[in-house]
Design a protein around this ligand. Structure first.
Ligand code: SGN
Ligand code: CA
Length: 528
């Protein structure tokens, strides 16, 4: 059933017949290349949404495979999302609930460790963001914390920090290709995790792309001027493009002028000062005249916000362009190396992002833009599904999927579900009808209150914001896809609220989220 590049195996066999069983066994198992970016959202990926940019190489993955149109994370933040992916478990079970103050317990069961046991080689390059050093990988080379765009540091397996020269997205790809070509045992199947920094804040472009998108005026989303009426937590956040506290004029918008000191100026100068002097000159030659012009205009109010929005969108799109190039380069290399037809290539992000929806950047909320994450897969020979897959999937599903694909057993304590049947073109009747979400990082930057909730396949969402707030929200996505009207407590919603509360409690029980169960309080009274 599993088609294999037998011609490759056949050629080797002529040379070394004794290797026949081992080679065939190795070739029969699919490889996995998992590409995960940071803060890349479906609104900025043309196979999902053509409004803003074109991403031809990312789209190639979907064109040769599948595009999940209901793909979600369990906790919309980097470290937690990565921990969910590695363990196949929700945050309260893998222990990494938030970036700040967390440390991933690398001694626990993880999917890479289980793949190793099943005979796979495992490697990871790029962003890790789990504080403790990687476990379960035969090879790793990671960036410290968030990593730097320019001349970034990498931590080696000997725990040395080495500064590399170049642009991070190119370097991570070079490292991945180098591992494929020179650092692995070519007789064994592998799982390679390529974790990009792109497109994380503060969107520093590759210098060759500084001029891209400068002529383009991006269209603001219809919800840009949301007043957050009826949504207390949305009111309280600090992720507004319009706010110079939230979106820093220097750090985010790059409008620096000598002597200027905003909240994040120092961070910005530290980041760009990593460029060598010639490159820094190129960088300054691009942004300085723009900055001078900006301060001359003395923009205020809506004009200032519009200006910041364009800068944000343009710089994000530039960073994305290098990413798209490099994903293309990765795909081309897999093809040239004869690996493509026997490899599952996954492309996703650690979560979605706001591109001005509700007036925001950043993520964290259970609202659609950041609960969702792009997910496309190029399927190897033998996996027949094509086009859109509409079943609800979540990042806790990746671990069981990869184990399933590797022919390894999926431990009972893994909470996600293998999507392999979906990749084979099947549509199991008992597929999940709702996803469960829990966000913990508060108090913290961007001030998004702690909350948990469910989002159902039939378009309903029930959310509870808690801790220093006790506020429920209910949305009918079929009638209100932008989540502007909180229906919770309104007359006529009693029945649907009861149904959703029951489903929420069921999921909390299924996933054993005791903390959340204890926080439902009076709202869930009478629900068993
Ligand atoms: C940093 C950013 C935040 C961002 C978090 C989490 N601030 O703290 O804007 O929300 O990372 O992002 S910055 O001043 O350091 O850029 S995550 O993707 O890693 O979870
Ligand atoms: Ca992220």
């Amino acid at each position: 059933m599993r088609n294999t590049p037998l011609s490759t195996a056949g050629k080797s066999l002529l040379l070394a017949p004794a290797l026949l069983p081992a080679l065939v066994a190795a070739q029969e198992r699919y490889n996995i290349v998992y590409i995960m970016t940071d803060d890349h959202t479906a609104q900025m990926m043309s196979c999902y949404d053509k409004t803003h940019v074109s991403t031809p190489n990312l789209d190639r993955i979907a064109a040769d495979g599948v595009k999940f149109v209901n793909s979600y994370v369990a906790n919309s933040l980097s470290g937690p999302s990565r921990a969910c992916m590695l363990t196949g478990k929700h945050s309260h079970k893998n222990g990494f609930t938030h970036n700040e103050h967390g440390i991933f317990d690398g001694s626990q069961q993880t999917m890479p460790k289980l793949l190793q046991k099943a005979g796979y080689q495992t490697a990871i390059v790029g962003k890790w963001h789990l504080v403790s050093l990687p476990t379960g990988f035969d090879y790793w080379n990671i960036v410290p914390e968030q990593g730097d765009y320019y001349n970034p540091d990498f931590i080696t397996m000997a725990n040395d920090t080495v500064r590399e020269s170049g642009y991070i997205t190119n370097i991570i790809t070079d490292k991945a290709i180098d591992w494929l070509d020179h650092k692995r045992d070519k007789n064994r199947p592998f799982a390679l995790f390529i974790h990009h920094k792109a497109c994380h804040r503060c969107w520093l472009p590759e210098l060759k792309y500084l001029n891209e998108y400068e002529d383009k005026t991006f269209t603001k989303p219809s919800t840009f001027n949301d007043d957050y009426a009826g949504r207390a937590a949305a009111q309280a956040q600090e992720m507004r493009i319009a706010s110079n506290h939230d979106m820093d004029l220097v750090y985010d918008t790059k409008m620096y002028r000598p002597g200027m000191k905003t909240r994040l100026t120092e961070n910005y100068l530290r980041m760009i000062s990593r460029l060598d002097s010639a490159d820094l000159q190129t960088y300054d030659d691009f942004y300085d005249p723009m900055s001078r012009d900006f301060y001359r205009k003395n923009l205020t109010g809506e004009a200032l916000t519009d200006y910041k929005y364009q800068r944000y969108m343009r710089d994000y799109a530039k960073v994305l362009k290098s990413l798209d190039d490099n994903v293309g380069r990765t795909l081309d290399h897999l093809r040239e190396a004869g690996l493509l037809e026997n490899t599952l290539v996954v492309y996703t992000s650690d979560q979605g992002f706001y591109m001005g929806e509700h007036g925001w950047f950043d993520k964290r909320f259970i609202y659609e833009e950041s609960l969702s994450t792009p997910l496309v897969m190029r399927l190897p020979e033998g996996l027949k599904a094509r086009g859109e897959i509409s079943e609800m999937v979540q990042n806790i599903d990746y671990a069981p999927t990869f184990l399933d694909l590797a022919g390894a057993e999926i431990p009972a304590d893994i909470q996600g579900r293998s999507v392999l049947p979906l990749l084979k073109g099947k549509h199991p009747k008992d597929w999940r009808k709702a996803v469960y979400y829990h966000f913990y990082e508060f108090p913290a930057e961007h001030a998004v209150k702690r909350h948990y909730g469910i989002r159902t396949a039939d378009g309903w969402k029930l959310v509870h914001f808690y801790r220093d707030i006790d506020s429920w929200e209910l949305f009918n996505l079929n009638e209100d896809p932008n989540e502007l009207h909180n229906l919770y407590g309104q007359a006529g919603t009693e029945k649907i609220t009861r149904r959703l509360m029951k489903e929420l409690v069921e999921l909390q029980k299924e996933y054993d989220d005791q903390t959340a169960l204890s926080l439902n309080g009076a709202a869930a009274e009478g629900i068993k």
